[in-house]
Ligand binder design. Structure first.
Ligand SMILES: [Zn+2]
Length: 216
């Protein structure tokens, strides 16, 4: 099943094989991997503002977490990989929900209250996301080309939970496998692309549009 060629981490990722970098439009919140935007060479395709190159996605915290997860995967520690990858996925979801709230005009206080009131990942995906976007998470992911992502994420959560929570009914799951670890790594890589698309669909501040695309 493994492809016999050099690992692609070195070729398609900048730097040392880690998190990708997306540049954020300071006006509308659009995210793009196009470095020319970060370099102040082209304008935002949504609102025509220039990038300032300062705002990037993901955050430093997610970037550091990404690096740790990759290291543990390399070292063959599936339990740590799965647990940290779940933390990563929940954090990136929180970040995107916060961006959607911001785009809808929520103040810092409101965002804090909303996210505090919905701490559980199931409620954030099942209730908060559709409330804010008008679409189920599964539906949005499928439309954006990531149909399998929600189900695989759910199954990885189950495996993680079975591992960390003892159950008198099932007995504990003694170990997570290399396969779980590989799934976690795929979800980690896909999460960037998916959440950037979700951001660009639901969290771009339309009020920032500079009077449509017709010239002035
Ligand atoms: Zn913009």
């Amino acid at each position: 099943m493994k492809k016999h060629r050099a690992p692609k981490t070195a070729t398609h990722r900048r730097g040392s094989g880690g998190a990708p970098t997306y540049y954020e439009c300071p006006e509308c919140g659009y995210l793009t991997a196009d470095q020319r935007f970060g370099n102040h060479e082209i304008v935002c395709p949504v609102c025509s503002a220039y990038g300032d190159g300062r705002r990037v996605f993901p955050t430093d915290r997610l970037r550091r977490l990404d690096a740790r997860i990759r290291k543990y995967h390399h070292d063959g520690e599936p339990e740590i990989v799965v647990i940290l990858a779940e933390t990563f996925l929940e954090s990136i979801l929180e970040d995107i929900i916060d961006r959607i709230l911001t785009a809808q005009g929520a103040t810092v206080n409101v965002r804090e209250v909303v996210l505090d009131a919905q701490r559980a990942i199931g409620a954030r995906i099942g209730r908060l996301f559709p409330t804010l976007t008008g679409e189920e998470f599964e539906e949005a992911a499928a439309e954006l080309g990531f149909r399998e992502f929600p189900r695989r994420w759910r199954e990885l959560r189950k495996a993680r939970n079975a591992f960390i929570h003892d159950s008198p009914f099932r007995g504990p799951q003694e170990a997570l496998t290399e396969e779980d670890s590989a799934t976690a790594m795929e979800l980690l890589d896909q999460a960037y692309a998916l959440f950037v698309l979700i951001n660009n669909r639901f969290a771009v501040r339309s009020g920032a549009r500079s009077g449509d695309t017709q010239g002035n």
